[in-house]
Design a protein around this ligand. Sequence first.
Ligand code: ADP
Ligand code: MG
Length: 472
Amino acid sequence: MSNADQESWSRVKERLRAEVGDDVYSSWFARMELEAIEDGAVRLSVPTRFLKSWIQSHYAEKVLACWQAQDAKVVRVELIVRSAVLRSALPKPKPELESASPRFPSVQANGRPPATGDAGVHEALGGSPLDARLTFESFVVGRSNTLAHAAAKQVAAAKRADPVMFNPLYIHAGVGLGKTHLLQAITWAGNAAGERKMLYLTAEKFMYGFVSALRTQTALAFKETLRGIGVLVIDDLQFLQGKSTQAEFCHTLNALIDAGRQVVIASDRPPSELESLDDRVRSRLAGGLVVEMGPLGEELRLEILKARVMAARTHHPSFDVPLPVLGYIAKTVTHNGRDLEGALNRLLAHNKLTGHAVTLEMAEREVRDLIRPQEPKRVKIEDIQRVVARQYNVSRSDLLSSRRTANVVRPRQVAMYLAKTLTLRSLPEIGRRFGGRDHTTVLHAVRKIEGLVGNDMALAEEIEILKRQLQE
Ligand code: ADP
Ligand code: MG
């Protein structure tokens, strides 16, 4: 392949990144490579079948379009799965070992396997408790979590003998955006399928139970234990602390991945920002599929609320929340899924305790403190000058000029007044931005307008309208 081809490929990648955004790009395209260009056909490779099918079904046209924009001769893009040279060099998973452990086939009269004396160890190797409500059925898919959901589904549905598609699957998102929900959903679904042993651990459990249990075992027993795990799911990795715990984590991660076992991780930040972990671990974490879940959009919030009400009605059939109330909550309550749940719980409690139907008024009262504080929009002085000039039909340079005719003096004063009330700029700064005027001139303008709006309703209203335009 020529240098020119590689150069085109770099440009195409930049174009793709610009079009789909950094997150999507790094989730799906970061490991795509150019294999060949021949007769108008571009051959690209990706490391896994899943990536191939996902890109094919979601981005095939976009990829082609980006190529064509770079090189009009391209008519076709072909995707292939790169031969996994590295993976085949690592030990293959040995799923048969799980079923074939005929060493202690005996079962006691009580139906349990005989105690082996290290029951405490095995106890500690158990997972963290799961919440029965956090399943795929109750997980609502929207724009911000499509990728994460698709990947989670894929992991949960994989069969024991299937090659692992991406390892680890690393999901990151802010608080309350559904990480735990998705991880537990994977665990439930995997358990139900019964194909592989699922182990869900919070980072805390990993630190205080799992690791110490592992330490009490011999190296052989450690391997044996890991062999029993089909899928290791670790939640809130950012809480993993302590050098030795991290070393143990690294060891476990490597052993599982090398043995072809699936690892799923959630954290509140991307691998690159897990400062306490060393570089090798971070790059191993980043080497699978990293997916971010964005804030829950309003639509998604509404769908989640609807689903929640339906779920609540199985226990409280009379609980009814009118659509406008749900719309109000979806619009005003923060992006955090926990607050949505909290809001509904309050309505339910109120409804149960007082017997009053849920109304918009009641909702407004009940969820007041969960309402997202409206970020005051940062208004720029240029915007003020532009909007005011348009409103009064003068030019922006008129406002900055030294002209003193009445048709520019008043608008200029209004603009200065707005600059003082809507921005944090000081009087001298505002003066400078209005054609280098003195701060006393600005002060005079501000006082003048303040005095006028008290008596002049029309002016007061005009200013209100300008403010609203600027803050929208
Ligand atoms: P995180 O672990 O990211 O902090 P959780 O998974 O605990 O967040 O989610 C917080 C709450 O929001 C939970 O009650 C969860 O069920 C709900 N939630 C978040 N995202 C979704 C979603 N996409 N569909 C349904 N419920 C969701
Ligand atoms: Mg969580």
